[in-house]
Design a protein around this ligand. Sequence first.
Ligand SMILES: Nc1ncnc2c1ncn2[C@@H]1O[C@H](COP(=O)(O)OP(=O)(O)OP(=O)(O)O)[C@@H](O)[C@H]1O
Ligand SMILES: [Mg+2]
Length: 669
Amino acid sequence: MDEASVIAARLGGVPDARALLEGLFFHAPVAFHLYAADGRSLVVNPAFRALFGTEPPPGYNVLHDDMVARMGLAEQIRRAFAGETVRLPTQWYNPRDLTQVDTRAAKRIALQTTFFPLFDRAGNLSHVGVTVHDVTFEEDLKSAYEEHRRKEHDLGLALKAGRMVTVDSDLENGRVHSSENARDVLGLPPDVPLETQADWMALFHPDDRKKTESEMAAAPDGVPKLDRVFRIILPHTGETRWIERRGQLTLHTGGGRGRWVRGVIMDVTERVRLEEALRATEDQLRQSQKMEAIGRLAGGIAHDFNNLLSVVLSYSDMLLSASVVSEPHASDLREIQGAAERAANLTRALLAFSRQQVLEPTVLDLNDVVHRMDKMLRRVIGEDIELRWTAEPALGRVRIDPGQIEQVLMNLAVNARDAMPAGGKLLLETANIELDAGYAQTHVGVTPGPHVMLAVTDTGAGMSKEVQAKIFEPFFTTKGLGKGTGLGLSTVFGIVRQSGGHIWVYSEPGQGTTFKLYFPRTDQPPEVKSRVGAALGSLRGSETLLLVEDDEQLRVVSRTILDKNGYRVIAAGSPADALDHCVREPGPIHLMITDVVMPGMNGLQLATQAAKVRPAMKVLYVSGYTNNTIVHHGVLDEGVAFLQKPITPDALLRKVREVLDAAMPAVVA
Ligand SMILES: Nc1ncnc2c1ncn2[C@@H]1O[C@H](COP(=O)(O)OP(=O)(O)OP(=O)(O)O)[C@@H](O)[C@H]1O
Ligand SMILES: [Mg+2]
């Protein structure tokens, strides 16, 4: 039995089957459209009219419809009229296009249209039926879903690119759901659970855990701060990572399930480290600017003091050596002299700190210096302190003033001794170190390249951060009154910096201290400079000297010293005066002794001018101070005769004799 017969049999009991079928056609909530086999529209049902707001015009033939052709549907519709069931692809229509009525408010609708053939009993196509479904809602849903998928994908990409993890915590039951990349981003192995709030809390740095717990306890709703930065500790490596979290509290009311915190977390360890490094360099910069300012102040003071001390020292020396003062006044005078000498040592330390000492660097091996000082160092530190030395055998060479580096080692050793009153170890270490660009970036003033390191470590009391911040400042001491002057490390600092090196301190209270000194490595061969002047016979002489000094007291005392020792002295209070003498003096002038820093013209400029008039005249510079005229970055120009202030009669006379007797060029410009 075919389907038609079944329907006929089923409907056999229905008195008016035709009315029933008409009822189906007219009342079914599906839009129907019936066509004749030749394409003419026959009838539509009310649902069709409701959907389109109109019905096909009289005489409408779908096979001749231009719009159908324009929409590219002609072929499919032709197939339907050839006896196939054809389901057209979903079409978006604006009802206005169909009705030609301007229904502005009309919304585009998505339609799904199916053409199905109807055959007569003989099997010939008699009609074509059409159903039209409004699938706008489904289509909207579908595109909303696609949009959602796309956004989710984008979000996924963004999370991945930003190395962000989404974390949703259910505040009711403590469960946590995190995105798949959590372990990857945080660097956690698979066996660390991340399912509950307790699992996460277990990873927190103890301090941050305590803070979070107390915050949660204090908050009225038990919700911790949503935006925060905290540390976690990776359980398998012990490494600390910095995590930033941003969250939002979501409340589900009514049928929902309570409160959630949803948000993202990201690993900001790199950022935090960079910020820390930046802060450290800023601190260093501030520190070095401060040292610079103190240095200028100290240098200025030392300069003026040098002139005053030269006067005091010279007069007390002259009085004592002339034996015109008898006891007990002579010993009072010796007290004055002793105090002035101590003051001279202080100014020397200040000059060292302000990097205005005159250095005489030579190329040397630091191991040789340490070796040479071994005995002296042992004597200084005493028997309760063990001295150990780890020397790099193929140590690079450095260019440094040997006397100054000895001073540096001595000051560091004395400090180490003071830090270990009950004994301990003093370790000296030398090594070749390559300071790279990364190091230079985080250490102000460092030029990357090969360096030689000298490290001095003690096992003593160590220092707090606060003390470390001040140790290089002149007069900073933690030692009692009269025990320390606080100039040891400022001298070290000045010498190291003036030699182009760097010094860093590493210390913890109770853990000892390490000072690391870095000096740029040089490839020049080592040199041996004889620093001992020729043995001098008498300090007296009869030559003519031109003395140029703007400080009157100092000029007077220097003149007296030289006068008394047989010299003929022409004194000038200014460079202009001096040049005048050069021109007008009828006889020879053997030597000009000139201050370096003077108003109007410096010593070198004066010497250059004077050489034009008196090319044979020798020059001796006297200064407490190096201001880059004859000394460049603290290094004396080759062949220049120089006397460091404060002067004493003995030093002045010796130097004058040395220069007069030496076969040296008159002027070095
Ligand atoms: N090795 C060290 N261990 C612990 N603290 C130190 C060490 N070296 C220096 N210090 C601290 O730094 C301070 C300054 O040292 P510095 O050498 O400049 O002055 P001083 O030793 O106090 O006096 P001075 O060296 O002039 O006699 C010291 O007072 C001490 O507090
Ligand atoms: Mg000291």
